[in-house]
Design a protein around this ligand. Structure first.
Ligand SMILES: Cc1cc2nc3c(=O)[nH]c(=O)nc-3n(C[C@H](O)[C@H](O)[C@H](O)COP(=O)(O)OP(=O)(O)OC[C@H]3O[C@@H](n4cnc5c(N)ncnc54)[C@H](O)[C@@H]3O)c2cc1C
Length: 486
């Protein structure tokens, strides 16, 4: 590994890949991608749990200029992995990546206008620019449960599924009821002896409307113009969701809640079970699950659902004791308990200009100009940083928007023959104030739920409060006056 680069990209998921592709396009080849895992690729290489699939139609959940011959509307993990590997191969990203390279700290060295990057077992590299693409959902988290260390069966997190363990015929419990659990449950329920679902808050569930493309349709979709047209239709259809999430309670009710309630009533007949799975918060406040198979699996004889009133008291040597005193004997506990997201936003230490620590700067809540740059942290760009989450459409659309801003910043610096660019405090403060003003009317703030979108400050720090085309517009051109260069 060379010791100095113009750009270091941390993470090799779609964020890192899109960054590298854009650098290539600008003729910048002096960069390296650092990936802590042995295999590059990010989300869809690492999340291999049964049923893993995207929730945004694949022609949109893909890189704009990189169409793919999808076999169905919502691609499964295997095809998303195939797509990831195709992108890596096509753009020769493997030779630009150092795997097994876990970054633990980066620090800005003002005297040389460079970041010093610390990598476990590989020492230090320097770079003028750092693009953080370490992923908002790449650090699995498991809450502390009393007695959890004593359990003598098998446990793993949904994000690191142990495929060497055969769950068939076993007594299993799944803790959590979010997006991953909703995909795992229908896949494993028919094969396990027992499945105990320990749900804290029920999700809203809507029909998935998945569709397997016929061979002739796949042939037609090889035509780039037709593919682009389909992508555009999906984009604008999904963008309508923002009207409900932010502006119109009536639309949210008509196109969200009413459909979800009909879905629930048609798929679950038992009134007790219906009561347990019907959310009490406004639809959209947490990520909405798209599934036609989740509710039917609740009806299976070997499946039992526990809610807050009958949930976990403690984990024991042999299983789980519920708050109602029931003893669940178990062979397997699956933690589908999500990812470390908002309050500890980057998985490594970041020390900027004048010794400022990013963790301290973000103690109140994480914040960044265009979700990408922070005052006192020159030449550092964060992909999918604070307030860039976008439940209604594709995260890749946001990543590609951020890259426009990042590339514009690098170009501006080169044009001015300067070495560092930093967003002004006043510009970041104005931006953040605007974001949280806009957030006030959204369902994430008002919907009466606790979600991973919210930081401990009570502020919604994961989501972007508006249309994705607004974000694209803001990132398209750099506002020189919002930045200082030196
Ligand atoms: C199960 C699941 C389902 C999802 N479904 C959808 C969906 O339907 N629609 C949607 O829009 N989004 C979805 N997402 C969000 C998804 O995270 C984004 O769509 C996108 O894949 C993020 O890409 P990324 O490159 O930013 O992050 P990732 O793909 O997570 O890649 C980050 C990479 O950085 C590496 N890394 C992390 N820390 C370090 C470090 N310190 N040093 C070196 N390397 C490091 C990680 O190992 C990882 O390879 C889903 C996420 C998950 C986990």
């Amino acid at each position: 590994m060379q010791k100095e680069y113009q750009v270091i990209i941390i993470g090799s998921g779609f964020g890192g890949q899109v960054a590298a592709i854009n650098l290539n396009k600008q003729g910048i080849s002096d960069y390296l991608i650092l990936e802590r895992k042995h295999t590059m690729g990010g989300t869809w290489v690492q999340n291999t749990y049964p049923g893993a699939a995207v929730d945004i139609p694949s022609p949109l959940y893909s890189i704009a200029r990189e169409p793919f011959n999808w076999s169905q509307l919502f691609a499964g993990q295997e095809q998303l992995r195939e797509y990831t590997e195709y992108i890596i191969r096509k753009h020769k990203l493997r030779e630009k990546t150092s795997t097994d390279s876990n970054v633990t700290k980066i620090e800005w060295i003002e005297s040389i206008y460079k970041w010093r990057i610390h990598i476990v077992n590989k020492g230090i590299v320097h770079a003028q620019f750092v693009v953080n693409a370490s992923g908002p959902l790449s650090n699995p988290t498991i809450p502390k449960f009393k007695g959890m260390e004593s359990f003598q069966g098998v446990t793993f997190h949904s994000g690191s599924w142990d495929h060497s363990y055969d769950y068939k015929g076993k007594r299993a419990a799944i803790i959590g009821s979010g997006a991953s659990a909703a995909q795992i449950i229908p896949k494993i329920a028919p094969d396990v002896a027992e499945l105990h679902i320990l749900q804290r808050t029920p999700p809203w569930v809507m029909p998935r409307y998945d569709y397997k493309f016929k061979e002739w349709q796949r042939s037609i979709l090889k035509n780039k113009t037709i593919y682009k047209l389909l992508r555009l239709c999906i984009y604008w259809w999904l963008e309508l969701r923002v009207i409900g999430l932010k502006y119109s309670k009536t639309l949210l009710k008509l196109l969200g809640r009413d459909i979800a309630i009909r879905h629930l009533n048609s798929q679950i007949k038992d009134p007790e079970l219906r009561k347990k799975v019907k959310p009490k918060y406004t639809i959209g406040c947490k990520r909405v699950i798209l599934s036609d198979t989740l509710y039917p699996s609740y009806n299976l004889e070997n499946v039992s659902l526990y809610d807050k009133t009958s949930g976990i008291k403690e984990i024991t040597k042999t299983g789980i004791t519920t708050v109602t005193g029931e003893e669940l004997g178990l062979d397997l506990i699956i933690y589908s308990t999500g990812y470390n997201t908002v309050d500890n936003a980057l998985p490594y230490e970041v020390i900027g200009r004048d010794g400022k620590s990013l963790a301290e700067e973000w103690e109140d809540f994480p914040r960044a100009y265009l979700g990408t740059s922070v005052p006192y942290f020159p030449n550092l760009f964060m992909i999918l940083g604070p307030n860039t989450g976008i439940g209604h459409t594709s995260a890749i659309f946001i990543i590609e928007s951020q890259l426009k801003y990042i590339i514009n910043s690098i170009q501006l610096l080169n044009k001015l023959k300067k070495k560092s660019i930093e967003v002004k405090e006043s510009a970041e403060a104005r931006y953040t104030e605007h974001i949280h003003k806009e957030m006030a009317s959204t369902v994430w703030q008002q919907g009466g739920c606790n979600s991973w979108y919210k930081s401990k400050s009570g502020k919604i720090v994961a989501m972007f409060p508006g249309f994705s085309f607004t974000f694209r517009r803001w990132t398209k051109k750099i506002k020189n006056d919002d930045h200082k260069v030196s």
